[in-house]
Design a protein around this ligand. Structure first.
Ligand code: AMP
Ligand code: ZN
Length: 127
C-alpha cells in the first residue's frame, strides 16, 4: 500500500519521495515499527538521544493535505508514537511529538511525519 499513484497537490510525487522510498526498502532505514500502514525509523541526524520519525505509508505532503478520511490513520500514527516513546523509555521522563509544516514550521521533507524526541530537556517556546 505504498504512496505510488496517490493524488498529490504539492511539488514532490510519491515516486520521487525520500520517505516513500524508505517504506519500499529502496533507501535504507533503521526501522523501529512497520505495520503496513504506519512506518517508523530513526532520524539520520538525531536532535536528541531518542529521535524517531513516524510516517504514514500514504504519501501525504504536509499536515494541510490530511483529509477527513485520514483521521483513523492520524490516530494510528499517534498511538504508534506513544508505543515507541514507551519502548524507548522516555514515556515517564517526557518527550515531544512534533510535526513541522511548510517553511515557517521548518519542514524539510514533504511526506508528513511526526518527530518523537526525548532523552533530554527541551525549551519552550521553540526558537
Ligand atoms: P522536517 O525537517 O521536520 O521535515 O524533518 C525531516 C527529518 O528527516 C529531519 O530531522 C532529517 O534529519 C530526517 N531525515 C532526512 N533524511 C533522512 C534519512 N535518509 N533517514 C532518516 N532520517 C532522515
Ligand atoms: Zn512520500
Amino acid at each position: 500500500m505504498g504512496g505510488r499513484g496517490v493524488a498529490s497537490t504539492g511539488s514532490m510525487s510519491a515516486q520521487d519521495c525520500l520517505f516513500c522510498k524508505m517504506t519500499k526498502g529502496e533507501i535504507p532505514a533503521e526501522v523501529v515499527h512497520d505495520d503496513g500502514e504506519v512506518f517508523a525509523f530513526k532520524d539520520i541526524h538525531p536532535a536528541a538521544p531518542t529521535h524517531l520519525l513516524v510516517i504514514p505509508y500514504k504519501h501525504v505532503e504536509t499536515l494541510l493535505e490530511f483529509e477527513r478520511d485520514d483521521e483513523a490513520l492520524i490516530g494510528r500514527m499517534v498511538t504508534v508514537a506513544t508505543k515507541l516513546a514507551r519502548e524507548a523509555g522516555i514515556g515517564e521522563s517526557g518527550y515531544r511529538l512534533v510535526a513541522n509544516c511548510n517553511r515557517d514550521g521548518g519542514q524539510s521533507v514533504y511526506h508528513v511525519h511526526f518527530h518523537v524526541l526525548g532523552g533530554r530537556r527541551f525549551g519552550w517556546p521553540p526558537d
